[in-house]
Design a protein around this ligand. Structure first.
Ligand SMILES: *Cc1c(COP(=O)(O)O)cnc(C)c1O
Length: 368
């Protein structure tokens, strides 16, 4: 049987409702996986093959598979939300499909037709629809990825690739209520340099970031704030989230986010907030933000909140900033009203309790 042009080979013996409920009780993030995955293979000269929905299982890879040596690996992340009426919808998967192809191009990997990217995700969600949780803030996190599978040690773009999509139920990121982050300003390491891969969602960017993440944790912080590679002066983004600075003059709220210079990952949450801002009565601008601006504007009181945004945590206030030789507290270390209002608005659109004026939600057709 096929659906969305994908061959369906589901598990013969799916888990019982009780077994599933047990796994869904406290899923956390990225620890529990659903029962299926969708795979698609590419061969140079032949193009993409037939997509297959199959049971979630370990992969078999040749030890010489080039992803293991030279790191051709790109990925995406978006969420499927249970809607107020019980149906399921994903948030802006078309934007993820486009960014996936941009990442693939940067790593000299083949692009995937955008409809196929969305169909493969839909097929997985339709099959594992019972894994989409329904509590507020919960979702099914969808992880598409592509790796180079060709067994070849010569350094050149591989000729064979595997695209796959799997899902992981995600609990509320803040089960005890939104808690501001403490962040570490990294001056020693950089995440991305001009001409590098900072704009691509590729595995290697993460590998290179982990030593600074370790440092942040040693400083009692949860996340790293990356600065530009040349001057270590301009704020770029965090480990997997973009950033917004909230200014107030009189009653007016102005949002500022670091502009996309080519070394930042263009977040879809970031883009959504830029589009939502005017409708919420805020002005929004993209510009360079320096560490000096940050300190000075906190001191003067013009900068009232800073928050991070990304698919996993949606919007997260930043309460404390630490760096070599000092620290700052933002908004008394508490969540601010603007960050919380934006968070609520985005979640309401994602869960279908607020009108989707932007056409962001993609309904997933589920049989039966
Ligand atoms: C994925 C990612 C983000 C956030 O992007 P969203 O599309 O909003 O989830 C930000 N920075 C980095 C480095 C990322 O990998």
């Amino acid at each position: 049987m096929t659906q969305f042009g994908i061959e369906l080979r589901p598990k013969k013996q799916p888990l019982s409702a009780e077994q599933r409920q047990e796994l869904l009780k406290d899923p956390g993030f990225g620890r529990v996986f659903t029962e299926h995955m969708v795979t698609l293979r590419y061969r140079h000269g032949q193009g993409w093959g037939q997509g297959v929905l199959e049971p979630y299982a370990p992969l078999t890879l040749d030890p010489a598979a080039s992803v293991l040596h030279y790191g051709q690996a790109v990925f995406e992340g978006f969420k499927a939300y249970r809607q107020a009426d019980g149906r399921i919808a994903t948030f802006r998967p078309d934007a993820n499909a486009r960014r996936f192809n941009a990442s693939a191009r940067r790593l000299a990997m083949p692009e995937l037709p955008e409809e196929l990217f969305i169909h493969m995700s839909d097929a997985l969600i339709a099959q594992d629809h019972e894994w989409v949780p329904s509590e507020p803030g919960q979702s099914l996190y969808i992880r598409p990825l592509m790796i180079a599978t060709e067994a070849a040690l010569g350094v050149r773009p591989a000729k064979e690739y595997l695209f796959l999509v799997f899902g992981s139920p995600a609990g509320s990121y803040f089960p005890q209520g939104v808690k501001p982050l403490s962040v570490w300003l990294s001056k020693e390491y950089v995440r991305a340099a001009p001409g590098g891969t900072g704009e691509a969602k590729c595995a290697g960017n993460y590998a290179a970031s982990l030593i600074a993440q370790q440092q942040a944790m040693d400083q009692g912080c949860q996340q790293v704030v990356w600065l530009d590679a040349k001057e270590r002066r301009f704020v770029e983004e965090m480990g997997g989230m973009n950033m917004f600075f909230v200014y107030r003059d009189g009653g007016r709220v102005r949002l500022v986010t670091p502009k996309l210079t080519g070394t930042l990952l263009p977040g879809i949450t970031r883009d959504s907030i830029l589009k939502l801002a005017p409708d919420m009565g805020y002005t929004a601008e993209e510009k360079l933000v320096s560490v000096e601006d940050w300190g000075r504007d906190l001191e003067s009181g013009a900068l009232t909140e800073v928050f991070a945004c990304g698919t996993a945590a949606v919007v997260t206030p930043i309460g404390t900033v630490r760096f070599e030789g000092g620290s700052w507290t933002i908004n008394g270390g508490e969540s601010g009203p603007v960050a919380l209002a934006i968070r609520e608005r985005l979640l309401a659109i994602q869960h279908g309790t607020a009108k989707d004026a932007y056409g962001w939600m993609h309904p997933v057709p589920v049989r039966g």
